[in-house]
Write a protein that binds this ligand. Sequence first.
Ligand SMILES: Cc1cc2nc3c(=O)[nH]c(=O)nc-3n(C[C@H](O)[C@H](O)[C@H](O)COP(=O)(O)O)c2cc1C
Length: 295
Amino acid sequence: MYEAVDTRRSVRAFSDRPVPREALDRVLAAAARTPSSGNVQPWRLYVVSGEPLAEVKRRATLRARAGDPGDEREYPMYPEEMGAPYSERMAAAAAQRYRALVIERDDPLRPRKIGVLNSGAFGAPVVLFCYVDRVMGPGQWADAGMYLQTVMLLLRAEGLHSCPQVMWTMYRKTVSEIVGADDGLVLVCGVAVGYERPDVPALRTGRAEVGETVRFVDALPASALPAPSPQSPSPQIPSPQIPSPQSPSPQSPSPQLPSPLPSATAAPPAALPHDHDRARRVVDHLPADRAQDEA
Ligand SMILES: Cc1cc2nc3c(=O)[nH]c(=O)nc-3n(C[C@H](O)[C@H](O)[C@H](O)COP(=O)(O)O)c2cc1C
């Protein structure tokens, strides 16, 4: 697990070695176990390869080469005002990325070059296009993010690499035309999938110190201590008793409630609906060139 997390990187140079269908099947079957609020599983994934992917890339690349500003955004890639430390982190990552892609910072064609590289999915033979239903809110978008991370980690277990690409939202109409996604769906992003080209140096991005983004809270701060109130003590609400089938209390036998959990020995449910063969199927206040720059 640690190795998968540590070795996942956004790879931007894929070889043309085909991705075995069985590997994708294993990854997507396992990733279906991703948690989601209410278990609604809001992600809808289109796994695109072969001729359809070649056509998506061809049409999107024509648009990128022509300097097309992209389709009207359906969600902001970044907030209008982000400020420190986020803007600094973004600038540092962009500088690193362009150096790796051998694109000069002051190259007037830089946005187009970035667009062209992205629209070719960096040579990946497979792209996963992840959508969510238009009715879904931030909670479900977070679920979709967890799903995609699970997929990307499992790809590592198969020796595969990936690159999430929000850039595809600039060409969302082109993508939807080819994959057949209807208007009820919003494109969150694409994920390029394939084997890494061994002849291109790997780019390992930096991270903030853990202390900058994580805080352990293991003692109540003075501001959160309850103020004493001698007049009216709060009513005593009994704690709910959670029945424990393993160790019933000798004094009070647990009430006969149906166990919410299936027993370890219970037979598996007969026929759960299987979504594998159902097609699994997110702009921007920033000007197109800045969006391309910073995606
Ligand atoms: C939702 C999402 C969208 C992204 N979109 C793009 C993109 O359009 N093009 C690109 O080259 N990288 C894209 N990235 C990759 C980020 O630049 C990368 O994750 C970040 O710089 C950290 O580097 P790492 O993934 O190599 O650890 C995206 C990442 C995420 C999570």
